[in-house]
Design a protein around this ligand. Structure first.
Ligand SMILES: *Cc1c(COP(=O)(O)O)cnc(C)c1O
Length: 351
């Protein structure tokens, strides 16, 4: 695959405070830009990261025909970039795109482009434990037309940002039973921009009450838990790892899948099934709710400390030091990503 590469003549590396990284605020020197015009992909470009002009009529701004992805690259022992399951992110981008009526992105543009891009900006990959280069692909409609229909033209951009921990403390989450993130038949299984915009208001209400995030419940009955923010949910009931089964309203997290596969390797019992709010309460009251966490690329594993429900009620979970299963799974996953232990799954690839 040929890329037109225009290297940046300056660098922003000095703007990066590797000791105090916050999520998604500083960006590496380059970005990949690939345009789909009418029927064809144009030669992809790698350009200095920067702004571009947008027409007020650009269709994705009006109707959110726009999707994204998120993945991480770690620095290997010899300074080489280690990509974690990047091909799964590529596949999921096209699953989301199909739902949003967007043409598939060719594998060479995405995968080769990603590698070219990260090669140019390798010095932005932090080399400390738990820090990484977060990769953000975004794919959106670019027609200058406000008719309510699928665009003829699209742009794929991939840019990267050196990043630290997404959450710095164990989470307080609230079980939301009034607002919904997604419904069966909707776009919940796609990483579609509008899903997130719609989640901010209910999340803000919970944040104003001291919570970090919501636990979403199913849209039809508000009875079963689904996800938390942009993370999948996991519980340990007794010694069993239990997670909501995937379905059309849930995003199929790559971290979720990795945790399940790791748990099975360690002979931990895993159940993927519906989990009702009532069951969580019963398990809690019986002293059986041992651990709970969210999992996703940005957060890796985020321990849940408090679960709020029914307005002012709360379940208080055991301290993090008493959570052997999630601690072990989170550490193993990190060690695999950073190339510290053998990757038996074929998840980690280099350039
Ligand atoms: C991205 C995302 C996840 C986590 O997916 P990963 O592939 O593990 O990063 C979970 N839920 C939602 C809603 C998401 O957007």
């Amino acid at each position: 695959m040929h890329f037109n590469i225009q290297k940046s003549v300056t660098t922003r590396i000095n703007e990066v405070d590797f000791k105090n990284l916050v999520f998604g605020k500083v960006f590496s020197d380059h970005m990949l830009v690939a345009d789909y015009i009418g029927t064809d992909w144009q030669t992809p470009q790698i350009l200095p990261y920067g702004k571009f002009l947008v027409a007020p009529s650009m269709s994705s701004l009006h109707h959110a025909q726009s999707i994204f992805e998120g993945m991480k690259v770690y620095k290997g022992r010899n300074g080489e970039p280690l990509f974690f399951r990047a091909h799964d992110n590529f596949n999921r981008l096209n699953v989301s795109g199909a739902r949003m009526c967007m043409p598939p992105v060719p594998e060479e543009i995405f995968m080769d482009g990603l590698k070219e891009l990260v090669k140019l900006d390798t010095n932005f990959i932090p080399d400390e434990d738990n820090l990484s280069l977060y990769v953000r692909p975004i794919y959106f409609a670019t027609d200058e037309a406000i008719g309510v229909k699928a665009s003829q033209n699209y742009r794929l951009i991939i840019f990267t940002t050196p990043t630290g921990a997404y959450y710095s403390e164990p989470l307080k989450v609230y079980i939301e039973t009034k607002y919904s993130r997604s419904a069966e038949g909707g776009t919940g299984y796609a990483k579609a921009a509008g899903n997130y915009g719609g989640s901010f208001y209910p999340t803000k209400i919970a944040m104003d009450r001291g919570y970090h995030q919501l636990i979403w419940t199913d849209a039809s009955e508000n009875k079963y838990v689904e996800e938390s923010g942009s993370m999948n949910l996991m519980f340990v009931f007794g010694n069993t790892l239990v997670t909501p089964a995937l379905g059309p309203s849930k995003l199929a997290g790559i971290t979720r899948d990795s945790i399940i596969k790791l748990a099975k390797k360690f002979n931990i019992a895993v159940e993927e099934r519906n989990i009702s709010v009532d069951e969580i309460l019963t398990q809690y009251n019986n002293g059986n709710l041992k651990e709970a966490f969210g999992c996703g690329t940005a957060a890796n594993i985020a321990h849940i400390q408090t679960i709020g429900y029914d307005d002012d009620k709360q379940m208080l979970l055991p301290p993090i030091s008493e959570r052997p299963i999630s601690t072990m799974l989170g550490k193993s996953l990190n060690d695999i990503k950073m190339g510290k232990i053998k990757d038996e799954f074929g998840w980690v690839t280099t350039v």
